[in-house]
Write a protein that binds this ligand. Structure first.
Ligand SMILES: Nc1ncnc2c1ncn2[C@@H]1O[C@H](COP(=O)(O)OP(=O)(O)OP(=O)(O)O)[C@@H](O)[C@H]1O
Ligand SMILES: [Mg+2]
Length: 236
């Protein structure tokens, strides 16, 4: 589904530069469940932003199916982003003035889905993440775990091929984080490709594949059976 070849990402800050990704080459097959790990500042979020076409690359090639992303105009990139990707962030990022139901319906309105269909699909998704009884709650009336489940339902609203989750359990207590992991794994079993950043080695081991970044460089991939050294993965 995805092929990246020698991707570089550089941030220019006046006279200094940060090379956040260095010659990263990566393939992702449909249906995979991938964990991205590595120390703080190693480029994990940068890689997620580039995968999700939220940010541009400095050099290299990014193929999504038959598209070479960086050669496309912005409008086309946005269309591909909305059609292919769902995003989940550590900080939930729900709209505070919208109910759970409205938050899940919103991306479908951008995609031009009729109101009745938006509503029925949002209800179905909220049911699937166990929030059938919280449809009309505002984010401030929900726990962190509930808010993250709304965010998952929202990320799935336009039937993405791939979910990009950047530390989705980072702000949650262990038991609530476990619920989020199980929901992501349920959707992966239904065929959605999942790429997740995590600092938690036990979570990483549950993925089919672990991508290890160190200082912007992709290390040899670990299989989930390899023992993971905590000091390699710690958050600083
Ligand atoms: N917008 C930006 N402008 C300049 N430098 C940036 C920008 N975003 C990230 N960086 C730098 O790029 C490097 C990679 O950052 P990134 O956010 O990808 O790290 P990360 O692996 O996600 O870290 P964390 O685990 O702390 O979230 C860091 O050195 C960071 O300071
Ligand atoms: Mg990050």
């Amino acid at each position: 589904m995805i092929k990246m070849i020698n991707i570089n990402k550089q941030y220019d800050l006046g006279d200094t530069q940060v090379r956040a990704l260095k010659d990263v080459s990566l393939e992702i097959q449909r249906g995979e469940y991938i964990a991205i790990m590595g120390p703080s500042g190693s480029g994990k979020s940068t890689l997620m932003h580039i995968l999700g076409i939220l940010d541009s690359i400095s050099s290299g090639q990014y193929f999504l199916e038959d598209y070479e992303i960086s050669s496309l105009p912005d409008k086309e990139q946005a269309r591909i982003r909305n059609r292919h990707f769902g995003f989940i962030f550590q900080s939930f990022n729900l709209f505070p003035e919208l109910s759970a139901l409205e938050n899940v319906m919103l991306p479908m309105s951008y995609a031009g889905v009729p109101w009745q269909k938006r509503k029925s699909r949002a209800i179905e998704l909220l049911d699937e993440v166990g929030l059938g009884h919280r449809m009309n709650h505002l984010p401030t009336m929900m726990s962190g775990g509930e808010q993250q489940r709304v965010a998952i339902a929202r990320s799935l609203s336009n039937e993405p091929d791939l979910i990009l989750a950047d530390e989705p359990t980072g702000n949650l207590p262990t038991d609530k984080g476990e619920e989020i992991m199980q929901i992501l794994e349920k959707f992966n079993k239904q065929g959605v490709t999942v790429v997740m950043v995590t600092h938690n080695p036990d979570q990483g081991k549950r993925a089919n594949r672990i991508i290890n970044l160190q200082d912007g460089v992709l290390q040899n991939e670990l299989s989930s059976n390899d023992s993971i050294k905590r000091e390699d993965l710690r958050a600083e």
